[in-house]
Design a binder for this molecule. Sequence first.
Ligand code: G3H
Ligand code: ZN
Length: 292
Amino acid sequence: MPLVSTGDLVAHAAAERAAVAAFNIITLEHAEAVVAGAEATGSPVVLQISENAVKYRHGRVLPLARAAAAAAEAAAVPVGLHLDHVKSRDLLHRAADAGFGSVMYDAAHLPYEENLAATRAAAAWAHANGLWIEAELGEVGGKDGAPALDAHAPGARTDPDEARRFVEASGVDALAVAVGSTHAMTTRTASLDHDLLARLAAGLDVPLVLHGSSGLPDEELAAAVAGGITKVNIGTALNLAMTDAIRAYLTAHPSAVDSRKYLSEGRAAMVRTAAELITALRAGVSAEAVRL
Ligand code: G3H
Ligand code: ZN
């Protein structure tokens, strides 16, 4: 199946009041596992590579992007390729040539006017180069090891009126909203501000994106989808699954040497996690249908 555009996957999900899962990948095993998990559920999926994952590869974007694109092309389900949490303009400008169909430009750490100016320029570039673009307003905490933001800290939640103005003035195709999730959580104990999510969904014409989704239990993921989230970003959950499985294998086999032995355990654990989380998102579609 050819690589498809994230924008098309999100538009399709929005039309069905569903959500597409977007998983952050770091290694080829992540990409293979996400594709296999999506195939197991018969769902489309997005493979995301973050700026931090590019930094891990010493700034080289092509090795993992090309591997992910090849995994996508071999998939039995539609797969999008997305460049995530980009702050560097240089990296943004390499996105199209590297095979990405979409990008998330992250200037959420900047004051409103600066975020808007930088995002507007990024959106103009993205559209001129055929890319779908997501940006963030309000700030989802926990990025780069930073602590979770206090719910009442300025910018820790997305203001609906400001978000409407931001989307209109920047021209972005989707908006990542801060509604209570936090990046890099290793427990699934977060809960969302559903009232705020409802106001954002009612007031905005673009798809809403949830970041930091690893910290949400299944019911909250389903409720997020029922409440209008159409792209759900998940990263840490894969790393937890992979690392736990590898640790267990190496503990049980202390003299293991062949890296395929433990990497295959890690990859299989990520397949299960990806499939389980995609299934949890689908429950949100049924909940909405029942409510209607
Ligand atoms: O953009 C990536 C996601 O927000 C991942 O967050 O690692 O907390 O699941 P997570
Ligand atoms: Zn994120």
